[in-house]
Write a protein that binds this ligand. Structure first.
Ligand code: GDP
Ligand code: MG
Length: 237
Protein backbone atom coordinates (compact mmCIF):
# COMPACT_ATOMS: atom_id res chain seq x y z
CA UNK A 1 0.00 0.00 0.00
CA UNK A 2 1.19 3.51 -0.83
CA UNK A 3 0.92 6.27 1.75
CA UNK A 4 1.42 9.99 1.12
CA UNK A 5 1.75 12.53 3.92
CA UNK A 6 0.85 16.06 2.81
CA UNK A 7 2.61 18.86 4.69
CA UNK A 8 1.49 22.44 3.97
CA UNK A 9 4.09 24.94 5.16
CA UNK A 10 4.27 28.66 5.72
CA UNK A 11 7.29 29.85 7.70
CA UNK A 12 8.12 26.50 9.25
CA UNK A 13 11.90 26.60 8.72
CA UNK A 14 12.57 25.69 12.34
CA UNK A 15 10.22 22.69 12.37
CA UNK A 16 10.12 21.07 8.96
CA UNK A 17 13.30 18.97 8.83
CA UNK A 18 12.83 17.56 12.33
CA UNK A 19 9.19 16.90 11.53
CA UNK A 20 9.84 15.04 8.27
CA UNK A 21 12.47 12.86 9.95
CA UNK A 22 10.13 12.12 12.87
CA UNK A 23 7.29 11.21 10.47
CA UNK A 24 9.44 8.81 8.44
CA UNK A 25 10.75 7.23 11.65
CA UNK A 26 7.27 6.81 13.13
CA UNK A 27 5.96 5.23 9.92
CA UNK A 28 8.84 2.87 9.26
CA UNK A 29 7.48 -0.02 11.37
CA UNK A 30 4.27 -0.05 9.31
CA UNK A 31 6.18 -1.13 6.19
CA UNK A 32 4.09 1.00 3.83
CA UNK A 33 5.54 2.68 0.75
CA UNK A 34 5.67 6.17 2.21
CA UNK A 35 6.16 9.54 0.57
CA UNK A 36 6.14 13.02 2.10
CA UNK A 37 4.95 15.98 0.06
CA UNK A 38 5.72 19.50 1.21
CA UNK A 39 3.69 22.32 -0.32
CA UNK A 40 5.30 25.60 0.63
CA UNK A 41 3.80 28.95 -0.27
CA UNK A 42 7.12 30.67 -0.91
CA UNK A 43 7.73 31.22 2.83
CA UNK A 44 9.93 34.25 3.47
CA UNK A 45 11.84 32.32 6.16
CA UNK A 46 13.33 29.99 3.54
CA UNK A 47 11.40 26.83 4.45
CA UNK A 48 11.66 25.53 0.86
CA UNK A 49 15.45 25.96 0.68
CA UNK A 50 15.75 23.95 3.89
CA UNK A 51 13.56 21.13 2.56
CA UNK A 52 15.26 20.92 -0.86
CA UNK A 53 18.34 18.88 0.19
CA UNK A 54 16.04 16.29 1.80
CA UNK A 55 14.36 15.60 -1.55
CA UNK A 56 17.63 14.08 -2.79
CA UNK A 57 18.10 11.75 0.20
CA UNK A 58 14.62 10.80 1.37
CA UNK A 59 11.18 10.01 -0.08
CA UNK A 60 10.31 13.71 0.01
CA UNK A 61 8.87 15.87 -2.76
CA UNK A 62 8.73 19.65 -2.59
CA UNK A 63 6.37 22.02 -4.37
CA UNK A 64 6.67 25.78 -4.05
CA UNK A 65 3.70 27.96 -4.95
CA UNK A 66 3.67 31.69 -5.51
CA UNK A 67 0.30 32.20 -3.80
CA UNK A 68 -0.96 31.71 -0.22
CA UNK A 69 -3.71 29.53 1.17
CA UNK A 70 -3.72 26.54 3.51
CA UNK A 71 -6.55 24.55 1.92
CA UNK A 72 -5.49 25.14 -1.69
CA UNK A 73 -1.92 24.15 -0.78
CA UNK A 74 -3.20 20.82 0.54
CA UNK A 75 -5.24 20.24 -2.62
CA UNK A 76 -2.21 21.11 -4.74
CA UNK A 77 -0.29 18.31 -3.01
CA UNK A 78 -3.15 15.81 -3.22
CA UNK A 79 -3.47 16.38 -6.97
CA UNK A 80 0.20 15.74 -7.61
CA UNK A 81 0.56 12.28 -6.17
CA UNK A 82 -0.94 8.81 -6.35
CA UNK A 83 -1.45 6.94 -3.12
CA UNK A 84 -3.88 4.52 -1.51
CA UNK A 85 -3.94 6.42 1.77
CA UNK A 86 -3.32 10.08 2.53
CA UNK A 87 -2.42 11.81 5.78
CA UNK A 88 -2.77 15.57 6.25
CA UNK A 89 -1.21 17.30 9.25
CA UNK A 90 0.24 20.56 10.59
CA UNK A 91 3.96 21.05 10.31
CA UNK A 92 4.64 22.64 13.67
CA UNK A 93 4.38 19.59 16.00
CA UNK A 94 0.79 20.47 17.07
CA UNK A 95 0.07 17.15 15.39
CA UNK A 96 2.57 14.61 16.65
CA UNK A 97 4.23 12.14 14.27
CA UNK A 98 4.03 9.38 16.88
CA UNK A 99 0.22 9.49 16.59
CA UNK A 100 0.11 8.77 12.84
CA UNK A 101 0.20 4.94 13.16
CA UNK A 102 -2.84 5.09 15.49
CA UNK A 103 -4.62 7.28 12.98
CA UNK A 104 -3.90 4.75 10.24
CA UNK A 105 -4.88 1.61 12.15
CA UNK A 106 -8.68 1.74 11.50
CA UNK A 107 -7.98 2.31 7.80
CA UNK A 108 -5.41 -0.47 7.49
CA UNK A 109 -7.82 -2.83 9.29
CA UNK A 110 -10.59 -1.62 6.97
CA UNK A 111 -12.74 -0.45 9.86
CA UNK A 112 -12.96 3.13 8.58
CA UNK A 113 -12.44 5.18 5.42
CA UNK A 114 -11.53 8.46 7.11
CA UNK A 115 -10.03 8.91 10.57
CA UNK A 116 -9.65 12.21 12.40
CA UNK A 117 -7.36 12.91 15.34
CA UNK A 118 -9.69 14.24 18.04
CA UNK A 119 -8.92 16.43 21.04
CA UNK A 120 -12.40 15.96 22.43
CA UNK A 121 -12.62 12.26 23.21
CA UNK A 122 -11.24 10.46 26.26
CA UNK A 123 -7.47 10.48 26.05
CA UNK A 124 -7.37 13.50 23.72
CA UNK A 125 -6.52 17.09 24.57
CA UNK A 126 -4.00 19.84 24.24
CA UNK A 127 -0.57 20.57 25.64
CA UNK A 128 -0.78 21.86 29.23
CA UNK A 129 0.10 25.40 28.10
CA UNK A 130 -3.07 25.53 25.97
CA UNK A 131 -5.52 23.27 27.79
CA UNK A 132 -8.19 25.39 29.49
CA UNK A 133 -7.41 28.49 27.43
CA UNK A 134 -10.02 30.38 25.45
CA UNK A 135 -8.68 28.68 22.27
CA UNK A 136 -9.30 25.25 23.69
CA UNK A 137 -12.72 25.99 25.16
CA UNK A 138 -13.85 27.94 22.08
CA UNK A 139 -12.94 25.13 19.75
CA UNK A 140 -14.35 22.46 22.09
CA UNK A 141 -17.79 24.09 22.24
CA UNK A 142 -17.64 25.10 18.58
CA UNK A 143 -17.03 21.46 17.73
CA UNK A 144 -19.97 20.33 19.88
CA UNK A 145 -22.33 22.77 18.26
CA UNK A 146 -21.18 21.97 14.74
CA UNK A 147 -20.78 18.20 14.94
CA UNK A 148 -23.76 17.29 17.09
CA UNK A 149 -26.35 19.98 16.53
CA UNK A 150 -25.74 21.44 13.09
CA UNK A 151 -24.31 18.55 11.08
CA UNK A 152 -24.98 15.35 13.03
CA UNK A 153 -21.51 13.96 12.41
CA UNK A 154 -20.51 10.74 14.22
CA UNK A 155 -17.32 12.36 15.61
CA UNK A 156 -16.46 14.88 18.35
CA UNK A 157 -13.91 16.84 16.33
CA UNK A 158 -14.07 18.10 12.77
CA UNK A 159 -11.49 20.86 12.83
CA UNK A 160 -8.16 19.37 13.87
CA UNK A 161 -6.86 18.98 10.32
CA UNK A 162 -5.04 15.81 11.47
CA UNK A 163 -6.65 13.23 9.22
CA UNK A 164 -6.01 10.02 7.34
CA UNK A 165 -8.23 8.78 4.55
CA UNK A 166 -8.51 6.41 1.62
CA UNK A 167 -8.04 7.65 -1.93
CA UNK A 168 -11.65 6.71 -2.76
CA UNK A 169 -12.84 9.70 -0.73
CA UNK A 170 -11.13 12.08 -3.13
CA UNK A 171 -12.91 10.57 -6.11
CA UNK A 172 -16.35 10.87 -4.56
CA UNK A 173 -16.63 14.62 -4.43
CA UNK A 174 -15.76 17.96 -6.03
CA UNK A 175 -12.46 18.82 -4.39
CA UNK A 176 -12.23 22.46 -5.41
CA UNK A 177 -15.41 23.23 -3.46
CA UNK A 178 -13.94 21.52 -0.36
CA UNK A 179 -10.39 22.84 -0.29
CA UNK A 180 -11.09 26.55 0.10
CA UNK A 181 -10.03 29.05 2.73
CA UNK A 182 -8.21 28.02 5.89
CA UNK A 183 -8.92 25.09 8.23
CA UNK A 184 -12.63 24.79 7.33
CA UNK A 185 -11.78 22.38 4.51
CA UNK A 186 -11.61 19.71 7.22
CA UNK A 187 -15.27 19.97 8.19
CA UNK A 188 -16.33 20.04 4.51
CA UNK A 189 -14.32 16.91 3.77
CA UNK A 190 -15.78 15.04 6.76
CA UNK A 191 -19.34 16.08 6.01
CA UNK A 192 -19.17 15.22 2.31
CA UNK A 193 -17.50 11.87 3.06
CA UNK A 194 -20.17 11.07 5.66
CA UNK A 195 -22.93 12.06 3.23
CA UNK A 196 -21.41 9.83 0.56
CA UNK A 197 -21.64 6.86 2.94
CA UNK A 198 -17.97 6.58 3.93
CA UNK A 199 -17.18 5.37 7.45
CA UNK A 200 -15.77 8.04 9.78
CA UNK A 201 -13.77 7.25 12.91
CA UNK A 202 -11.80 9.25 15.45
CA UNK A 203 -8.80 8.52 17.63
CA UNK A 204 -7.74 10.61 20.61
CA UNK A 205 -4.77 12.90 20.06
CA UNK A 206 -3.09 15.36 22.36
CA UNK A 207 -1.81 18.44 20.58
CA UNK A 208 1.87 19.10 21.08
CA UNK A 209 3.25 22.60 21.50
CA UNK A 210 4.35 24.46 18.36
CA UNK A 211 8.15 24.13 18.54
CA UNK A 212 9.34 27.09 16.45
CA UNK A 213 7.71 30.02 14.69
CA UNK A 214 4.27 31.49 15.09
CA UNK A 215 0.68 30.38 14.59
CA UNK A 216 -1.03 31.69 11.45
CA UNK A 217 -4.50 31.14 12.89
CA UNK A 218 -6.82 33.94 13.95
CA UNK A 219 -9.14 32.34 16.48
CA UNK A 220 -12.22 34.52 16.19
CA UNK A 221 -12.18 34.57 12.39
CA UNK A 222 -11.64 30.82 12.36
CA UNK A 223 -14.58 30.13 14.68
CA UNK A 224 -16.90 32.35 12.65
CA UNK A 225 -15.78 30.78 9.35
CA UNK A 226 -16.22 27.34 10.88
CA UNK A 227 -19.80 28.06 11.96
CA UNK A 228 -20.71 29.66 8.63
CA UNK A 229 -19.24 26.68 6.79
CA UNK A 230 -21.27 24.24 8.90
CA UNK A 231 -24.54 26.13 8.39
CA UNK A 232 -23.93 26.37 4.63
CA UNK A 233 -23.20 22.65 4.42
CA UNK A 234 -26.37 21.84 6.34
CA UNK A 235 -28.48 24.10 4.15
CA UNK A 236 -26.80 22.76 1.03
CA UNK A 237 -25.68 26.23 -0.01
N1 GDP B 1 1.19 26.17 2.34
C1 GDP B 1 0.63 26.91 3.31
N2 GDP B 1 0.61 26.44 4.58
C2 GDP B 1 0.04 27.21 5.54
C3 GDP B 1 -0.54 28.48 5.27
N3 GDP B 1 -1.02 28.99 6.45
C4 GDP B 1 -0.75 28.07 7.40
N4 GDP B 1 -0.10 27.00 6.86
C5 GDP B 1 0.33 25.77 7.54
O1 GDP B 1 -0.82 25.21 8.10
C6 GDP B 1 -0.56 24.59 9.35
C7 GDP B 1 -1.45 25.18 10.44
O2 GDP B 1 -1.08 26.51 10.71
P1 GDP B 1 -0.75 27.01 12.19
O3 GDP B 1 -0.21 28.37 12.11
O4 GDP B 1 0.07 25.98 12.89
O5 GDP B 1 -2.20 27.07 12.79
P2 GDP B 1 -2.66 26.63 14.27
O6 GDP B 1 -2.19 25.23 14.48
O7 GDP B 1 -4.16 26.76 14.22
O8 GDP B 1 -2.00 27.59 15.18
C8 GDP B 1 0.94 24.79 9.59
O9 GDP B 1 1.60 23.64 9.11
C9 GDP B 1 1.26 26.00 8.71
O10 GDP B 1 2.61 26.05 8.29
C10 GDP B 1 -0.49 28.95 3.92
O11 GDP B 1 -0.95 30.05 3.58
N5 GDP B 1 0.09 28.13 3.00
MG1 MG C 1 -0.33 24.63 14.34
Amino acid sequence: MKLTVILPTYNEAGNIVKLIKAILKALKPLGLQTQVIVVDDNSPDGTAAIVKPLTKKLAVKLFVRKKRGLATAILYGLQRTHADIFVIMDTDFNHQPKDIPRLLTPIIKDKADLVIGSRYVAGGGMHASEAGTIQFLGSKWGNRLVNRIILGLPVHESLSGFIAFKKEILKSTDLTSIFLGYGEYCIRLLYRAHQAGFRLAEVPVVYGQRRYGQSKSRLLKMMIDYLITAVKLRLNL
